[in-house]
Write a protein that binds this ligand. Sequence first.
Ligand SMILES: Cc1cc2nc3c(=O)[nH]c(=O)nc-3n(C[C@H](O)[C@H](O)[C@H](O)COP(=O)(O)O)c2cc1C
Length: 264
Amino acid sequence: MYKSEGVREHLEMTDWWQREERMSGRPLCIFMHRRHPFGRGHESCRLLNMFYTPVSKVSGMQMKVLAIAGSPRRHGNSETLLDWFLESIGGEEGVQIEKIPIVEANVNPCRGCNACEVLNRCVQRDGMDALHDKLVEADCIVIAAPIFCMGINAQTKALIDRAQVFRSRKYVLKLPIVPEERKGKRMGVFLSSAGQKWDYVFDAAIPSIKCFYHVLEVRDRDIRYLMVNGVDRKGEIEEHPTAKSDAYRLGKNIYADMKGRLAG
Ligand SMILES: Cc1cc2nc3c(=O)[nH]c(=O)nc-3n(C[C@H](O)[C@H](O)[C@H](O)COP(=O)(O)O)c2cc1C
């Protein structure tokens, strides 16, 4: 069943995209095919706890992964993709994961007052206060968000807009976001799902994501993408032929990449 025409083409294309992505930092897209090897009701892991992997006491290395589950639909397609990724990287030594569902984070939209250009902080006191420090401290920031009306969903976009404080700090106040020695070591991961099968369905989301990571000192070339289209119903991603294995592989790749950076 895995060798059906559509899946084989898909796998070849995925390999190609991944090579491309490694070489050029371009996004990896994966596509839903009508035929799928998984039956309905395929079990997936649910990571309900915000902290689920203790920091390893064996080695000195600690890798902080901050994961934002950006959909208002809990345990939907994008969060399932995130859970697969976290399950993969969370099995590695020294990885500390914090997963935050955006619907529980209490992040209000930006008011556009530009006070952060003077104050070096936002005038709003909400969940962004706690998230601010976590965004600075993380070695790897993962955003998992669905596509709503051809762009990033509003709850995740509110978080991206509130990162304006980092933009003000960096470009107006000329202050550092992270210490010099951490520059070039941070990574970003964007996981996404969309209902339509158009290959360009993620195009409008990517510039916002790059903007977010840019102000947080994550370079374009240090962002990895796994975006799955053609998955609409809650749980439909579990029927996708490669989404789970792609998320697992990405988790292992990010770990290996981050480990090298943190050691260097
Ligand atoms: C308000 C709304 C708008 C949507 N707009 C789009 C869209 O423009 N293009 C698309 O491909 N899917 C769209 N979808 C479908 C979602 O992207 C899709 O169901 C996705 O897998 C949901 O992920 P989640 O389960 O993590 O929320 C939309 C869904 C909602 C609720």
